[in-house]
Write a protein that binds this ligand. Structure first.
Ligand code: NAD
Ligand code: UDP
Length: 324
């Protein structure tokens, strides 16, 4: 195994799921802050190409490992380990349903392994939870006090219930063992480094528009999502990690709500594509509406709020897609 230690007294950080879309941006941000970063990933939905530019940095290390398995002992011996981010979990419905049992194990057993590591090393640990804990919500916008409307047995349950169980574990490790936990509930986030094949709506529509293929709208396209650009999420994550709010879930999302039909129109307009749109059935349990209440985040995180509009974020993402 590669040496996981860097021999100076700089603060060390572990990013679980660091080769994925969000994780790769997070690793880059942490390195810019001057931290040593160990990225741990099983490369199931992430890729080395997302982090290839980081390998030249002597403060960056990568370990291929599945977090449902115990960490190698070298990991728990890292000195000056102060922060762990648990982002490891497939996030696209297509991907998390391919091995649904492993998705659930990743959130539950993987979180237990990560929490034990944090407790043993005295590190602060953050869980990347999700707006999916609200299921198909009966109220809008969704505040953190809303307990959700989730199907326990449907095709999305492995992800939704896995994250709900992970939140419970992060809360109980704090109450029972005093582990320094943070929980964020991320609403749909997008940007460069998303896998164009993973089925999520923004990379799929961009890919289809750029290749002149029909945009595949599920249902009648009136369902809504609130899309946040990656840089807004990263500034929220940093503030949550620095704030004194153990185990308190915080929504991080952009309250600018758009329907999937509107999203298709914006992407067609920005790309100048002549693609048609085609309609197909709405998948089971696909939530009809999603919009974050971000009052808690604004109050606790020094007035944090998203600053990138959907048009600007999509332009940045499309530019980056064209370059690759
Ligand atoms: P992603 O699929 O691009 O990244 C997930 C990463 O975790 C991948 O690199 C994958 O290989 C790795 N991984 C998966 N299972 C693993 C395991 N058992 N062991 C080790 N590594 C494993 O997804 P993303 O969009 O970057 O999401 C990152 C995190 O944020 C996920 O936990 C997801 O649930 C959460 N989240 C994302 C969004 C979003 O809109 N992007 C919304 C809500 C929550
Ligand atoms: N969607 C769509 N066409 C696609 C992919 C997704 O219409 O090719 C829809 C999907 O049914 C959902 C929304 O877009 O209503 C967001 O889907 P995504 O998979 O990106 O995220 P999630 O459902 O987890 O919010």
């Amino acid at each position: 195994m590669t040496n996981l230690m860097c021999n100076d007294r700089q603060q060390h950080t572990i990013v679980l799921g660091g080769a994925g879309f969000i994780g790769s941006h997070l690793c880059r941000m942490l390195l810019k802050e001057g931290r040593h970063v160990l990225c741990i990933d099983n490369l199931s939905t992430g890729s080395l190409s997302n982090i290839s530019s980081l390998f030249a940095n002597p403060s960056f290390r990568f370990l291929r490992h599945d977090i449902t398995q115990p960490f190698p002992s070298e990991v728990s011996q890292i000195e000056f380990l102060t922060e762990i981010y648990n982002l490891a979990c497939p996030a696209s419905p297509l991907r998390y349903q391919q091995d649904s049992v492993h998705t659930l194990l990743t959130s539950v057993i993987g979180s237990i392994n990560a929490l034990n590591l944090a407790s043993y090393t005295g590190s602060r640990i953050l869980l990347a939870s999700t707006s999916e804990v609200y299921g198909d919500p009966e109220i809008s916008p969704q505040s953190e006090d809303y307990h959700g409307s989730v199907n326990t047995t449907g095709p999305r349950s492995c992800y939704d219930e896995g994250k709900r169980a992970a939140e419970t574990l992060f809360s109980d490790y704090y109450r029972q063992y005093g582990t320094d936990t943070r929980i964020i509930r991320i609403f749909n986030t997008y940007g460069p480094n998303m896998d164009s094949e993973d089925g999520r709506v923004i990379p799929t529509f961009i890919n289809q528009a750029l290749h002149g293929m029909p945009l595949t709208i599920n249902g009648d396209g009136s369902q809504t999502r609130s899309f946040m650009y990656i840089s807004d999420l990263l500034s929220g994550i940093r503030r949550v990690m620095d704030a004194d709010i153990p185990a308190l879930p915080v929504n991080l999302g952009n309250p600018e709500e758009v329907s999937i039909n509107q999203l298709a129109d914006i992407i067609l307009q920005i790309t100048g594509s002549n693609s048609e749109v085609s309609y197909r059935p709405l998948p089971i349990d696909d939530p009809l509406q999603r919009c974050p209440d971000i009052v808690r985040a604004q109050k606790l995180l020094k007035n944090w709020q998203p600053t990138i509009s959907i048009e600007r974020g999509l332009r940045l993402t499309i530019e980056s897609t064209k370059l690759h």
